[in-house]
Design a protein around this ligand. Structure first.
Ligand SMILES: [Zn+2]
Ligand SMILES: [Zn+2]
Length: 310
C-alpha cells in the first residue's frame, strides 16, 4: 500500500514529542542550540496555525475522486495546477509572525524587510501564498528579487504559512478516500515525488523495514515498491546506501551517481507527525554535510506546470 495515512495526534502531544526531540538534539550537539531555538519558535507557530486551520472551514474543493485518480495515474500530483483559494485573512498575519520570529532568530533585517513588504502590500500576500501552494519557486524568487528581498527567505516564510493548509488538504483528500478509483490510484503511486504536492521527500523514515518517503511540505507519506533513487529511478550499481558515521548506522544516505543526488534515510520507531519531519531533517544535518562534501546535491522541485506570478 504505497500511500500511508499518518496519525494526527492532538497539538499538545505533537509539541511534547517535538520538545523531547529538541532536548535530545541539543544534548547531543550543543552547537545546534541557536538553530533549535529558532526551529522551536517557528514550529510552535506552525502547530498553532495548523490547529486553527483544522478547526476552521477550508474552501470547498470541487475535486472529484475520479478526476484526482486520473491525475495520479498520469503521474501528476493532485494539488498541481489546481486554483485552490487560501484563507489569506488568516495566513497574512501568520506570514508576519514568521518574519518576526526569523528576524529575532538571526535573520535580522533580511526578514524584517520581507515582513514590511508584506504588511505594506508591496508583496501581495495572496499571490505569495498561492505561488507557494503551487510550489512555484520561480515566481516567488523572481518577485522577491525584483523587490530587493531575499528570495530563499521569502520562499521559506511562505512555505511555513501554507504548509498547514497543504497538510490539511493532503489529509482531507487522501486519508480516507471515498472514491474507489482514488484509493486504487493512491495504492498504485510508485513515484519518488509527493502524490499531493509534487515535492521531493525531505528524507525517508525506515519503520519496521518499510522505507517511508516523507514530504516536508504537506507531510504525505508513501512507500515505493522498488528500491531505487527517488529522483531518477536508478536501481543498478550507481545507486548505493551508506552510513557516513559508523557509530550512527541508524542514519544513512542513499547516493546516486547517475543523477548526482542523495536522500537521507533514518531508522525511526514511528513516522513523524506533521510538522516534525522538519526536526528529523535537523537531526540528520550531518548527513547533508557529508553528502555535499562528496559533491552530491538535491535536485530542484519537479515542474508540472507554469504557475502565477507575484
Ligand atoms: Zn507533499
Ligand atoms: Zn538518481
Amino acid at each position: 500500500m504505497p500511500y500511508l495515512p499518518v496519525a494526527h495526534p492532538p497539538q499538545a502531544e505533537v509539541l511534547a514529542s517535538a520538545e523531547r526531540r529538541w532536548r535530545a538534539l541539543v544534548e547531543a550537539k550543543p552547537d545546534l542550540q541557536a538553530a533549535v531555538s529558532l526551529q522551536r519558535g517557528l514550529l510552535t507557530l506552525v502547530i498553532e496555525l495548523a490547529r486553527t486551520i483544522d478547526g476552521g472551514r477550508l474552501p470547498k474543493l470541487s475535486l472529484p475522486g475520479k478526476y484526482l485518480a486520473a491525475k495520479l495515474s498520469r503521474g501528476v500530483p493532485v494539488l498541481s495546477g489546481e486554483p485552490i483559494p487560501l484563507p489569506a485573512a488568516l495566513l497574512k498575519p501568520a506570514l508576519l509572525r514568521f518574519c518576526d520570529e526569523l528576524a529575532a532568530g538571526g535573520a535580522g533585517e533580511v526578514a524584517t524587510h520581507i515582513g514590511a513588504a508584506i504588511e505594506s502590500g508591496r508583496v501581495d500576500a495572496g499571490s505569495l501564498l498561492s505561488s507557494s501552494l503551487a510550489r512555484d519557486q520561480e515566481a516567488i524568487r523572481t518577485g522577491a528579487t525584483h523587490l530587493g528581498l531575499a528570495p530563499d527567505l521569502a520562499w521559506l516564510i511562505a512555505e511555513l504559512a501554507v504548509g498547514p493548509v497543504a497538510h490539511t488538504l493532503q489529509r482531507t483528500l487522501f486519508a480516507t478516500p471515498e472514491s474507489p478509483a482514488l484509493r486504487d490510484a493512491l495504492a498504485a503511486w510508485n513515484h519518488g515525488y509527493c502524490p499531493a504536492c509534487g515535492g521531493w521527500p525531505a528524507l525517508a523514515e525506515i519503520v519496521g523495514g518499510h522505507r517511508f518517503l516523507r514530504c516536508a511540505f504537506c507531510s504525505a507519506t508513501w512507500e515505493r515498491t522498488i528500491y531505487a533513487c527517488v529522483y531518477c529511478d536508478e536501481q543498478g550499481e550507481a545507486f548505493v546506501t551508506a552510513a557516513p558515521d559508523e557509530k550512527r548506522t541508524d542514519q544513512r544516505t542513499e547516493l546516486c551517481s547517475s543523477c548526482g543526488a542523495y536522500l537521507k534515510t533514518v531508522d525511526a520507531a514511528e513516522v513523524s507527525p506533521f510538522p516534525l519531519v522538519a526536526i528529523a531533517d535537523m537531526e540528520t544535518m550531518d548527513l547533508d554535510v557529508a553528502a555535499m562534501e562528496h559533491h552530491y546535491g538535491r535536485p530542484p522541485l519537479k515542474e508540472f506546470k507554469t504557475g502565477s506570478r507575484l
